[in-house]
Design a protein around this ligand. Structure first.
Ligand code: PAF
Length: 320
């Protein structure tokens, strides 16, 4: 029964229960929280969507995957600023740009031994955390898990991609290994890397090609490739980002990032990107941490990024 596992399946000894705070109760935060709680951890999901949190508090969180439904009843839910003690792990899944506010509002969950893992999209999240927290405790990564909030209390789990995590320069390897093990125990397939910058830029270039374009055209990821104009724009956006990454000395994990962005479009063909969902719900987008970040980094290095500048301005124009 999900949420009730409290012994190791191999030796039946009680598992070490960790206290985990998930900052951000969107689809991904809720999914990670549910999975981590089902492995016997004490998970606090912290978010602002009262309707969603109330539903979880009263009835549990329903996660649907390929027609199968699972109910997770052991998630604790909290509003930002609720008095909670220090967590062993804080998983940061608020929107890029909201990180510092979330840290300040929830200071109580950060103790001396707390490990902080950001799995947010875009650039600058590790740096935002390091403004308040010791860099030696900060990990960052990307996840190819797919999730969508269908309605309050109900998540659609699209797929089980790999979650990659790495550390800020000064962090200890043991933190990385232990955190990866914690995620793995919860059924989240996780790998570690020594080159977190490569990891973040690899994912960034996918978001740079897909997110702004889908938000403006209201197309699904797959539809971008069906229309020659958006397929061509996707290539321009990613190539500019690639030029900036290479000038920064980043060794991309996917040597052809355009081919990789197209592959993601095909694999997630029916997805409405996170930015398209933001625009549809009238929420602030992450454009400044994606295409906007490419423009800023390009300016520093003298690399022109006209397509990324235009898409950033257009998305800003669509959404205040
Ligand atoms: O932001 C998103 O929606 C996702 O990162 C991705 C990979 C573009 C798939 O929709």
């Amino acid at each position: 029964v999900p949420g009730t596992v409290d012994t190791c399946p191999q030796c039946l000894a009680p598992k070490a229960q960790k206290t985990i705070a998930v900052l951000g109760a969107g689809a991904m935060g809720s999914l990670f929280g549910a999975l981590l709680s089902s492995a016997g951890n004490k998970v606090h999901l912290i978010g602002r969507n009262r309707e969603h949190l109330d539903k979880i508090r009263k009835e549990g969180l329903l996660v649907e995957r390929e027609g199968e439904c699972r109910l997770y009843r052991n998630l604790q839910v909290s509003l930002p600023g609720d008095p909670l003690g220090p967590a062993d792990l804080v998983l940061v899944l608020v929107k890029a740009g909201d990180t510092q506010g979330a840290v300040l509002e929830n200071r109580g969950i950060f103790g001396k031994g707390t490990v902080v893992l950001t799995l947010q999209n875009g650039l600058g999240n590790m740096e935002d955390l390091a403004a308040f927290l010791p860099p030696s405790r900060i990990l960052a990564g990307t996840t190819a898990q797919g999730a969508r909030l269908a309605e309050p209390g109900r998540i659609l789990h699209g797929g089980d991609g790999t979650t990659w995590i790495g550390r800020m320069e000064q962090s200890e390897d043991v933190l990385l290994r232990d955190t990866a093990a914690l995620l793995e125990e919860a059924g989240i397939q996780t790998r570690t890397t020594g080159d977190v910058a490569a990891l973040l830029w690899d994912k960034l270039l996918v978001n740079v090609g897909i997110n702004g374009l889908t938000a403006l055209t209201r197309r699904t990821n797959g539809q971008l490739l069906e229309h020659p104009d958006t397929a061509d724009l996707l290539e321009h956006l990613v190539r500019e980002g690639e030029a900036v990454a290479r000038a920064k000395g980043i060794t991309l994990l996917h040597p052809d990032p355009v081919a990789y962005a197209r592959e993601v479009c095909r694999k997630t063909a029916h997805n409405r990107s996170s930015m398209l969902q933001d625009v549809e719900r009238g929420r602030t987008t992450e454009i400044d941490r994606m295409n906007g970040a490419v423009v800023r980094e390009g300016e520093i290095l003298g690399i022109p990024t006209p397509a990324n500048r235009t898409i950033t301005q257009l998305v800003r124009g669509v959404m205040p």
